[in-house]
Design a protein around this ligand. Structure first.
Ligand code: ADP
Ligand code: ASP
Ligand code: MG
Length: 456
């Protein structure tokens, strides 16, 4: 059995879904379980509608809801068997009616909780899973949509929910193992529900995570992430024109790239796969003949020290400074206690004797954090920063990487440096506006020549 996950662009139109159906059909002998994202841009549009409604712009929100309804009808209705078309039409109508109700409710309340955001966001995958299942049947493939909210059981951290693995695994096995022998199950990624059935989501980009949760639970032979690029590339193709495909990469490298901004993979994706040692493949649904990127447990021998460069924008740097803390212990503890209690993750960290610089990407509770830190330290805050991160298992064994890195960055101000934690990355912070230039310069430095065994 294999898990095949198709991202938003891979199901963005009738034509794209037809391509997906052919890709699945060609692999029926491998017993695929299909996981789909919402149709391209749908999640963004749903979240925008919810915000509009809650901000009192009810009519705009409802108009946008109608527009999204039209879009789904136009792309979805040509796909099913003629005798199933009316059923799918009814399904879409009912769901958009329900969504409009929800938006009206938000407009009356004038308030948007994480719980209602998840309720609205969930429509994207609830619709796309039904549409893709109907499209598969329309092409003669026995397929059945399965509501992921019955299978993926999560905690109550709305918009960022974490799966409760024992219960989730049990349900996935119980429901899907018998089904997959007869039909192709089609699940919506990204969504789940609490034990008492309230809809949750796993965080933006979470369909990749759903695929690996499902793959690990079912002991799949492979987890395939089908997207709109040829695989994991040596840099974000939006930043670097000549980015190359990485043929094979280790779980550890892929996890770090994902964590530091390579959007092609959700950072949590590799965890379930690592536990069961299931290879993850990244493939292009527009060019299914390309072999993509294979993510595997072992480190891959490679003549280039750097495998890929990731970049995460929208970072905030905080400098926490206290001369009173000179030579005192407990300073770091007090700082981290604040971040811990404010449930805010710190990404990079650099310390000197009396000051600590750190980065965060979630600024929701920044004011509270700053106020609490100011009780014992001076705090400087800089927004619009970016982390640039070089990743490669060989970085630790190769002397001179730092010299090459900072040589290539001549003229760009580096705000903070961190190498250490994993030894397979070198990360630093630059102003957001400098990030594209920094990534291009580094790509030129480290990928001028590439090991043909590892890169294409
Ligand atoms: P999907 O909708 O299929 O989940 P995403 O948009 O989430 O796709 O991720 C794919 C995108 O990730 C690519 O189109 C590309 O712009 C971006 N990306 C960023 N960094 C990388 C990288 N190192 N390799 C490949 N793609 C990357
Ligand atoms: N549709 C969700 C999002 O846009 C999940 C995903 O596509 O992975 O974030
Ligand atoms: Mg994605």
């Amino acid at each position: 059995m294999i898990v095949m996950k198709f991202g938003g662009t891979s199901v963005e139109s009738a034509e794209a879904i037809a391509r997906v159906c052919e890709i699945v059909r060609a692999r029926l002998d491998q017993q695929p379980v299909v996981v789909v994202s919402a149709m391209g841009k749908t999640t963004n549009r749903l979240l925008a509608m919810a915000r509009q409604a809650a901000a009192g712009h009810r009519d705009e929100a409802l108009r946008e809801c109608e527009e999204l309804h039209r879009f789904h009808r136009a792309e979805a209705l040509p796909l099913p068997k003629p005798e199933e078309r009316a059923l799918l039409e009814k399904f879409l109508d009912e769901h958009f009616r329900e969504l409009a109700e929800l938006l009206r409710g938000l407009a009356i309340l004038g308030e948007l909780t994480p719980r209602s955001l998840d309720a609205v966001a969930s429509y994207g995958e609830r619709l796309s899973s039904q549409i893709v299942a109907a499209a598969l049947r329309g092409r003669g493939v026995a397929a059945e949509a399965v509501d992921s909210r019955r299978l993926i059981v999560t905690d109550r951290r709305f918009t960022q929910a974490a799966p409760l693995f024992p219960e989730t695994n049990a349900r996935l096995r119980r429901e899907l193992l018998p089904l997959v022998r007869e039909r192709v199950p089609v699940l919506g990624g990204f969504i789940g529900a609490t034990e008492d059935g309230i809809t949750t989501t796993l965080g933006r980009g979470g369909s990749d995570f759903t695929a690996s949760i499902v793959g690990a639970a079912l002991d799949a032979r492979e987890i395939q992430i089908w997207t709109d690029v040829d695989g994991m590339l040596t840099a974000d193709p939006n930043l670097v024109e000549g980015a190359r495909r990485v043929k094979t990469i280790s779980f550890a490298e892929a996890a770090e790239l994902a964590y530091f901004g390579a959007k092609v993979l959700h950072p949590a994706t590799v965890l379930p796969a690592v536990e069961k040692n299931i290879p993850v493949l990244i493939l292009n649904s527009r060019r299914p003949q390309v072999p993509g990127t294979r993510i595997v447990a072992e480190s891959v021998a490679c003549r280039n020290p750097v495998k890929s460069i990731a970049c995460k924008r929208g970072i905030t740097v905080m400098d926490v400074h206290s001369t009173r803390m000179l030579m005192a212990y407990g300073f770091l503890h007090r700082i981290f206690e604040v971040f811990d209690e404010c449930e805010t993750a710190v990404d990079l960290l650099a310390t000197s004797e009396v000051s600590v610089s750190l980065t965060i990407d979630n600024t929701e509770r920044l004011d509270e954090i700053a106020a609490r830190l100011r009780q014992f330290a001076e705090v400087g805050i800089e927004h619009r920063q970016a982390i640039v991160c070089l990743v490669g298992d060989n970085i630790r064994y190769t002397p001179g990487i730092a010299a090459r890195t900072f040589g290539a960055l001549a003229g760009i101000n580096v705000r903070m440096i961190s190498q250490g934690a994993s030894l397979r990355n070198l990360s630093f912070v630059v102003a957001e506006d400098d990030a594209p230039r920094a990534v291009r310069a580094l790509h030129e430095e480290f990928f001028r020549e590439v090991d043909p065994e590892v890169f294409e």
